[in-house]
Design a protein around this ligand. Sequence first.
Ligand code: URA
Length: 465
Amino acid sequence: MYLIALDSETDFDGWRKAARALALHHVTPMEVTWSVQGQAKDLVPPGLSEAPSLPPVETEGTFNVPANFVELARVAILHRDSARFALLYRLLWRLKADHDLLATMTDPDVAEATVMAGAVQRDVQRMRDLVRFREIGREQKAHYAAWFEPEHHIVAFAAPFFARRYADMPWSILTPDICAHWDGHAISFTPGISQKEMPAPNRLEETWRRHFRHDHPITPEAPQKYRRNLSEASILEPLLADAERWTGGRMNPRPETPMKRKTAADDLEALREEAAHCRACHLYKDATQTVFGEGPKSANIMLVGEQPGDKEDLAGHPFVGPAGQMLDRALEEAGVNRKKVYVTNAVKHFKFVPRGKIRLHQKPNTPEIRACRQWYEREVSVMQPDLIVAMGATAAQSVFGKITPIGKNRGRLIDLPDGRKALVTVHPSYLLRLPDPEAKALEYRRFVDDLKIAAALQRKSAHAA
Ligand code: URA
């Protein structure tokens, strides 16, 4: 009997090395007990004070396993079932004799490993859907933390996605198994914590759980449009492709419970309602209300401004004050029908300082833009626009997830990582503030020219419809 104690629950390299050595020594699956360091003592077979360790691989001999088995094993090993190491070794052992074994979906070992990989894949997606950071610490030294309870050992596997997506903010994802931390340069890990060590969930997170916990199934058969939600540098796309490959398209690893899919309008209303109670930053305290985005669910263009102004804050609608009137005029001249676009802001609460009877607009800072970005992301996710127009620096920061200069980027279509297009232009308030009439007229023309790019896209999709 051989006892193999892997370094960790996710020690794929250790498993692979041991499995190869065992197979080369013709050690049958029945002769191997697999465990993880620290758990090994309980598993030592009775009568043996210490299980024998693996003999060194003396032979130069080798054997090949199909590449898709390695990929399958790499994902399935993240499953929480302690039988996974043995199952994968059994498969490896059997593959030596039957190279095409994975094509036999009726085989119980193949089916079990595929189901495990599917469960891991869904858990990764669930993490991506449910992790919501909340600001902790002081404004100058903001840090963002999220609590998540994974079903499987996916945290280290999923962490690079969050590092790419939230590259410019320091965050921690705290889980009972392991905690992942990003400092803007590298990911590090510390042992898991209990939820008691995490502040109690706030209302936002509760609402999030209630509305979204089961609403975003991603399976290999999910429509392409929905898959686009998976956004930039998706680690899931290869997984989805793999699931199709392992199963030859014959097996759809479905979520355990049947899902009812909502319409875009339902989702938008749920988001609006949730955002009305947003406490992700301090701006809600002085603002009258959350000013959420508006537009028909068929809109394929999303216009993003900075934040509601005084008038918008009181009315509860975006771009209804002087900047809104300037925008309306420019849109009309450019040939964009405002009724057919979705209009929103990077920050959804009015930030101001009172000066006597007036409320003076204040530019939102980076922590405020970050705190609000979840709403923008979720609007994009529901609306699925083809083109996102970022008006001004705050909007551009939110759309690109980093500071993006207007002058260098304006007036041309830019590819976003999720396949959409972005267009950067100035904010209409900038035009309102220009004192020189000539400069104002010139800048207004440039603004209209930028918007003509959006008009062309709107016309194109109207023809296509
Ligand atoms: N400025 C913005 O950025 N958004 C509005 O809604 C109004 C003014």
